[in-house]
Design a protein around this ligand. Structure first.
Ligand SMILES: Cc1cc2nc3c(=O)[nH]c(=O)nc-3n(C[C@H](O)[C@H](O)[C@H](O)COP(=O)(O)O)c2cc1C
Length: 200
C-alpha cells in the first residue's frame, strides 16, 4: 500500500518534549515539540525544527537559550494547554498550571514534574523559507534520580517519557516499551575475519 509522501509523519514515532524559553522582556513560554533530536552520539548538540511563527523561535533568537524538558505520561493535558497559540505576553506556566524549576546555567527555567532538563544555548540557526532549524548545545543536563541510575541510564518503563504518533487531524500519545532484546554497540563492528567475507 502506498501513502502520500506528505503522510510520512505516520511512519515515525516521535518524542514529545516541552521547550521552555523566556522572551527578551522576561515572559515565560512553554511549547510542546516533537521535531527535536540529538545530533549523533556522543556529541552534545541537539536540533529543533520550528515553523517561523513560533514564540519559542522568537525567544531563542532573542535570548540564545532554551530548555528541553521531557514530560512523563500524565502530563498530556498540560502539554496540550501549552500547544495553544497564546499571544507572546501570556505566561504559559500559569496557563498550564506548571511550576518553574530553576535552571543552573541558562535564564529560562525548566518545568517541575518532568523527567529530564537539558539546558541549551543557541549554536546556529539554519533558516529556510517556511521553517527554521535550531542547533543548540546542551550546557547543563539534569535528570530525576527516581528514574535514572548512577550511570545515567533511564528506567524508561517506569519513567514513561511521552512520545507520540502524529496523524492528519491530531496525535496519539504513546510511550516506549522494552522488546526484551538489548544489544552492545560492539556488535556494529565486524571482526577482522568477518570483514573479509567467507573463506574461499
Ligand atoms: C505534540 C506536539 C508536538 C509539536 N511539535 C512541534 C514542532 O516540532 N515544531 C513546531 O514548530 N511546532 C510544534 N508543535 C506546535 C507548537 O507546540 C504550537 O504551535 C505552540 O503553540 C507553539 O507555541 P509558541 O508560539 O509559544 O512557541 C507541536 C505541538 C504538539 C501538540
Amino acid at each position: 500500500m502506498k501513502l502520500k509522501p506528505s503522510k510520512r509523519e505516520q511512519i515515525f514515532p516521535l518524542p514529545v518534549a516541552l521547550i521552555s524559553t523566556v522572551s527578551g522582556e522576561g515572559v515565560r513560554n512553554i511549547a510542546p515539540w516533537s521535531n527535536v533530536t540529538p545530533i549523533l552520539r556522543p556529541l552534545e548538540e541537539v536540533m529543533l525544527a520550528s515553523w517561523i511563527k513560533r514564540d519559542t523561535l522568537t525567544n531563542i533568537r532573542e535570548t540564545g537559550e532554551f530548555v528541553i524538558n521531557i514530560p512523563p505520561v500524565g502530563m498530556e493535558k498540560a502539554v496540550m494547554v501549552c500547544s495553544r497559540n497564546y499571544p507572546p505576553e501570556v505566561d504559559e506556566y500559569e496557563m498550564a498550571g506548571l511550576k518553574a524549576r530553576l535552571s543552573e546555567v541558562v535564564r529560562a527555567p525548566g518545568i517541575e514534574g518532568c523527567l529530564a532538563w537539558a539546558e541549551c544555548t543557541l549554536v546556529e540557526e539554519v533558516l529556510r523559507e517556511k521553517f527554521s532549524l535550531i542547533i543548540g548545545k546542551v550546557v547543563n543536563l539534569e535528570v530525576d534520580e527516581n528514574f535514572f541510575d548512577e550511570e545515567g541510564k533511564m528506567d524508561f518503563e517506569n519513567a514513561k517519557p511521552l512520545s507520540c504518533i502524529l496523524g492528519a487531524t491530531g496525535l496519539t500519545f504513546t510511550y516506549p516499551k522494552n522488546t526484551g532484546i538489548s544489544a552492545s554497540y560492539s556488535e556494529m563492528f565486524l571482526k577482522e575475519k568477518e570483514a573479509s567475507g567467507p573463506e574461499p
